[in-house]
Design a protein around this ligand. Sequence first.
Ligand code: DC
Length: 221
Amino acid sequence: MGDQSGTVRVIAIDGPGGSGKSTVAKLVAQKTGLPYLDTGAMYRAVTFGVLQRGVDPTDWSVIDEILPQIDLDLSATTVMVDGADATEAIRGNEVTAHVSEVSANPTVRHAMVELQREWIRKSAGGVLEGRDIGTVVVPNAALKVYLTASGRERARRRALEAGLDIEEVEADLARRDKADSERSESPLRPAEDAVIVDTTGYEITQVVDRIVALAHERGLL
Ligand code: DC
C-alpha cells in the first residue's frame, strides 16, 4: 500500500461539522475513482447501537463491555447496525446529540481506527473523511486536507440541508466543535502537514478541483 516516498494512497479530509467535508470528500472520490469512507458514520453507528441497548452514552465501562456485540456493516450507501438499516437514524437528533460523548471513548476510537486501517489495506487506499484521519489514522497519507469555514457559514449550510433554524444549528455545532477539540483522545486539530482550505465563500466545485489538483501534484493519480 505504501510507495517509494513512504506515503499511502490516501486523501485524508478532516475538519469540523458543516465545513463541507462530506460533500467535498464524496465528489473527490468520484472524480479520482478512489473508494470513499465516511468515518463519522462509523461513530454515529456505534452511538446508535449504544442507544438501542439503553446504555448511558457517557458510561465508558459499560460501552467497553458491549462494544464487541455491536455489529456494524457500512457500504457506500447504507449503514447497517445489528442487521437493521440505520442509514437515516444515524443522522437523527438522538444520535447527533450523543455522538461526541461516544466518540470521546478511547476503546471506541481504537476499535474504529483499526477498522479504518483494515478498510484502507483492503481497498489499497481511498478518500477518508473524519476528524483524525491525517493526525492518527493515516499519518503517512499522501494528501491531508483540513477543511474549515466560518461558524456562521457552517451553520447556514447545515440549517439549509436539514431545514433547521440557523441560530440553533450554530449553537449545536459550537458545542460539538468544543467537545471534539477538547477531548483528550485524538482531539480535532489539523495535522502539521495538512493543507488548510477555508471554504467560506467558495463553490463546492472550486474546493473539489483544488483538492484533485493537489492529488495530481502529489502523484496520487
Ligand atoms: O462528521 P460527522 O458529523 O458525521 O461526525 C459525527 C461525530 O463523530 C462528530 O461529533 C465527531 C466524531 N468523529 C470523530 O470523533 N472522529 C472521526 N474520524 C469522525 C467523526
